[in-house]
Design a protein around this ligand. Structure first.
Ligand code: NDP
Length: 240
């Protein structure tokens, strides 16, 4: 039986590539998104993957979303926490709201989705969770105290939950992408982006498909001995 996978923020950018790669690998995929109906509908028509709209920063919406997917597709065995936002600004300019929104979506979203899916995974004795962190959670980034804190938190969250799932057949891992060519990076001013690319040893931005390959590796049934780890996919920009 095909395993059911949910990808948050799964309708565009890195999430789209993950949803499509999982589908092509034989998973039954549900792609969540927040509000961009136009892109979600186009994605659904193009890929045949069902889309589900809710805000991952709200626990109740995550619980309802998981329930709906499970009633339509079956028990969720793979969760990819990919939904993320940026609200950049230096400490001097950053409003508390920008802190809360980024923490609630990027890090709170991981908690909410894992909370909603965890008991089912425990009951079935199998689960694969992949949380999408960031190079900027590992190394920090000017103007991103909110985003760096949230992404860094994801890496700690992954290690802690990995310990809880280890003896129960549930693995929890993270991927820390470097700069990937998506809408999020397109929002970076071109002069700043050129300086970033100059610091990537591979000499280019990454592709969303290159992150999706990592997800496929981590969620495979054969991946039962890999848990609590962070896979860095960043063109050699940050090694440690
Ligand atoms: P995009 O901005 O291209 O896409 C973001 C996706 O997340 C969209 O599908 C969006 O939905 C969804 N989303 C945003 N907020 C919510 C929410 N509250 N609830 C549900 N869905 C939400 O992002 P990327 O593809 O670039 O990034 C994907 C992940 O990878 C993020 O976590 C990001 O932080 C991380 N990352 C990205 C890097 C990059 O270089 N691009 C580098 C390192 C990490 P909608 O379409 O409805 O807006």
């Amino acid at each position: 039986m095909a395993r059911v996978a949910v990808v948050t923020g799964g309708t565009r950018g890195i999430g789209e590539a993950i949803s499509v790669a999982l589908k092509n690998a034989g998973y039954k995929v549900a792609a969540n998104y927040a509000g961009n109906d136009e892109r979600a509908k186009a994605f659904e028509a193009r890929t045949g993957i069902k889309v589900y709209k809710w805000d991952v920063s709200t626990l109740e919406e995550c619980a309802a979303g998981v329930k709906k997917i499970e009633s339509e597709l079956g028990p969720i065995e793979v969760i990819v926490n990919n939904a993320g936002i940026t609200r950049d600004g230096t400490m001097k300019k950053m409003a508390r709201q920008a802190w809360d929104e980024v923490l609630d979506t990027n890090l709170g979203g991981c908690f909410n989705m894992c909370k909603a899916g965890w008991e089912g995974m425990l009951a079935r004795g199998f689960g694969r969770i992949v949380n999408i962190g960031s190079i900027n959670g590992q190394a920090g980034q000017y103007g991103q105290v909110n985003y760096a804190a949230a992404k860094s938190g994801i890496h700690g969250f992954t290690k802690a939950l990995g310990q809880e799932g280890a003896a129960k057949g549930i693995t929890v891992n993270a991927i820390a992408p470097g700069y990937i060519d998506t809408d999020m990076v397109a929002a970076v001013p071109p002069d700043v982006l050129a300086k970033i690319v100059a610091r990537i040893p591979v000499g280019r931005l990454g592709k969303a498909d290159e992150i999706a390959r990592g997800v496929l590796f981590l969620v495979a049934d054969e991946g039962g001995f890999i848990t609590g780890s962070t896979m860095s996919i960043n063109g050699g920009q940050h090694m440690y």
